[in-house]
Design a protein around this ligand. Sequence first.
Ligand SMILES: Cc1cc2nc3c(=O)[nH]c(=O)nc-3n(C[C@H](O)[C@H](O)[C@H](O)COP(=O)(O)O)c2cc1C
Length: 191
Amino acid sequence: MKIIGFNASPRKSGNTAWAISQILESAAETGAEIQIFHSGELTISPCKGCLGCAKSGDGCVVADDMREIYAALKQADALVLGSPLYMAQMSGQAKVFTDRLFAQITPRFSPRFKEENAGKKLILVFTQGNPDQSKFQAYYDYTKNMFRLLEFDVRDMIIVTGTRGGQASDNADLRFALRESGQKLASRASD
Ligand SMILES: Cc1cc2nc3c(=O)[nH]c(=O)nc-3n(C[C@H](O)[C@H](O)[C@H](O)COP(=O)(O)O)c2cc1C
């Protein structure tokens, strides 16, 4: 099983990166092949809406670092998408990444829908500074449903709260939950 992670925080060593790495490392210990991409190290432009992907029939026509992710995603069984909460939503980097997936993963409501591209397993991870998850729960629920609408098989959504008050990595219960999620994902390869 191959799992790729995308860190939509510009901080390579921040809380989001740590949370994703816990999931991936535990999946690797369970036998998965893993790869992580950090948005802060990559140049990924917003979708141009040119529909070049539809016309070329060969994926996105924009030549940037998303090309490497498209190639990895094609081989992958699962994606771990982690984002900090910015202004009560996913980061701009996460939104740009999601839009660019359109070249490969089109929803059922699109005329370009291809069944074989659907059903990629997904774990969503959000980190937020505020200690109260309920303030943003409506957005988290919406986002989970949105990824389902985009044909992802959403396996888990983990919200890391209160990062303002310290490093998420200090929280042993959270570490356990993240590792358990990674292990479950990797051990259910054929589900
Ligand atoms: C531009 C910006 C906007 C933010 N907006 C929110 C917010 O709406 N709610 C919240 O709880 N935390 C907010 N935060 C805090 C981050 O979500 C939090 O620090 C997160 O854990 C950062 O992830 P990182 O350590 O991976 O970079 C914001 C931080 C920044 C930089």
